[in-house]
Write a protein that binds this ligand. Structure first.
Ligand SMILES: NC(=O)c1ccc[n+]([C@@H]2O[C@H](COP(=O)([O-])OP(=O)(O)OC[C@H]3O[C@@H](n4cnc5c(N)ncnc54)[C@H](O)[C@@H]3O)[C@@H](O)[C@H]2O)c1
Length: 436
């Protein structure tokens, strides 16, 4: 990495909000390090950088519901709007027993970065409830979703903040959120959430959008790097929405998907798996384990598989200091959010592995969410071909911009994406000025 162009940095005096414990910063701490890393590249905009280091608004709500057995249970819910300089907040809602304020803050900030990186007119937001939804009945889940939506209803809306699905939330939950918000405002408001079922104002192409975006940036990076996709060996962790779609598109482009890992097991075929047959097997059985056209492999060996492209598309923190050194891929495309720890990132960089970071690689989902929102406003719906063509164009343009900045400053694509995004956000802030 060449020396930074300037060392202008804002005073650390205001860096931490008092409501966070400095000794347990969690994911927010990782995000702050990422911002610190790009601050020297922001030039005169560094004057505004503190605005990125605290969320604009963080709402904590109590979500009480009556359980099926007649007892009353209380759950903790959050909605955080990190930044709205470039437009309304946008980001998913996560239902998970380990959700914390720090995590939702970091995820909301990463949405600000992602939305600015692909240049869709949104700020960043995220929400969550501390709950294990698998322990709830369908009725309890619906009551929880509706009460949460009502509680955060004071800050969401089609022009304020637009939630979407994330871990353990789906189209049905978006339908309940849309209905609850609509009941409260007295009109059908489809644009309040995205990721809805197509029959309720959802968009064609949304289901596949993130995987298609992963594939698109992978193809662009391969062009820049002189890597041939035909015959390239691909390993995919997570064969759900993102990993399954990306794996299929790479296979259709002539790559060999040689290894796949999911929560049921790891499978390998040196000549390339039959991806269509594997998708059908996963649909039928719930996972890749037991697939006839492959041999089973020990889970940890997955990371050392001989491959050209590795796509982590499952969980956070999967590529870490224990396995990063064994990775043989020339390119890692982050389908999941936060799959690479900062230590592993440095190890991969030292080895010359090209990492396409989540904040650009998995931005296809929010891009088609943006299309869904636009279609809802106009009540005019596009064809799937139009949607895919527009998605590919946006992803290609965004990737080209990030690539150029990485070359210019000789930095990683992650830092380059942060530079592009933070500059866009802070430039918008500067032009808007401070109110009053
Ligand atoms: N779906 C989207 O539009 C979208 C957008 C941006 C980012 N993401 C991120 O992509 C990742 C995957 O999301 P998805 O929508 O494909 O989810 P999904 O539920 O459809 O698939 C998840 C996959 O991960 C696998 N998995 C779970 N635990 C695992 C483990 N311990 N080891 C190996 N594999 C495991 C599951 O078996 C499954 O194949 C998440 O990090 C999500 O936040 C998704």
């Amino acid at each position: 990495m060449s020396p930074a162009p300037s060392q202008t940095s804002a005073s650390p005096r205001h860096a931490l909000p008092s409501y966070l414990d400095p000794s347990h910063l969690g994911p927010w701490g990782i995000y702050l390090q990422q911002v610190d890393r790009v601050t020297p590249y922001l030039g005169s905009l560094a004057r505004w950088v503190e605005t990125l280091k605290r969320p604009k608004r963080a709402l904590i709500v109590d979500v009480p519901i009556e359980m099926d057995d007649g007892t009353i249970a209380h759950f903790e819910g959050y909605r955080v709007q990190h930044n709205t300089s470039r437009g309304p907040g946008k980001g998913g809602v996560r239902f998970h027993q380990d959700v914390t304020l720090s995590e939702v803050m970091a995820l909301s900030a990463w949405m600000s970065i992602k939305n600015a990186a692909v240049n869709v007119p949104y700020g960043g937001a995220k929400g969550g409830i501390r709950v294990d939804p698998k322990k709830l009945s369908r009725g309890e889940l619906e009551r929880l979703t509706r009460r949460y939506t009502s509680e955060i209803g004071i800050i969401i809306g089609p022009t304020k903040d637009i939630p979407a699905p994330d871990v353990n939330t789906n189209g049905q939950i978006m339908a309940w959120m849309m209905d609850t918000y609509s009941m409260n405002v007295g009109e059908t408001s489809t644009g309040v959430v995205t990721g809805k079922p197509v029959d309720l104002g959802g968009s064609l192409g949304r289901m596949e959008a993130t995987g298609r975006g992963v594939f698109t940036v992978g193809m662009e990076a391969a062009k820049h790097n002189g890597m041939r996709i035909e015959g390239a060996r691909v390993a995919v962790q997570g064969f759900g929405n993102v990993g399954g779609t990306a794996g299929r598109l790479f296979a259709e482009a002539g790559a060999l998907v040689v290894a796949v890992q999911d929560h049921t097991g790891t499978i390998y075929n040196d000549r390339g798996l039959d991806v269509s047959a594997l998708l059908a097997h996963v649909e039928q059985t719930g996972g890749v384990a037991g697939f006839a056209g492959a041999e089973a492999m020990e889970g940890d060996a997955f990371w050392g598989v001989a491959c050209d492209i590795l796509i982590p598309a499952a969980l956070e923190g999967q590529i870490n200091r224990d396995n990063a050194g064994r990775i043989q891929a020339k390119m890692v495309i982050e389908g999941a959010n936060g799959p690479t720890t900062p230590e592993a990132d440095d190890i991969l960089n030292d080895k010359g592995v090209l990492v396409l970071p989540d904040v650009i690689a998995n931005a296809g989902g929010v891009t088609v969410s943006y299309f869904e929102w636009v279609q809802d406003f106009t009540s005019f719906f596009w064809t799937e071909d139009e949607i895919n063509a527009r998605l590919v164009r946006i992803m290609q343009e965004a990737f080209a911009g990030v690539w150029q900045v990485a070359q210019q400053h000789q930095v990683t694509l992650r830092t380059a994406t942060f530079i592009v995004a933070c500059k866009r956000i802070l430039h918008a802030r500067e032009m808007r000025g401070l109110y009053p």
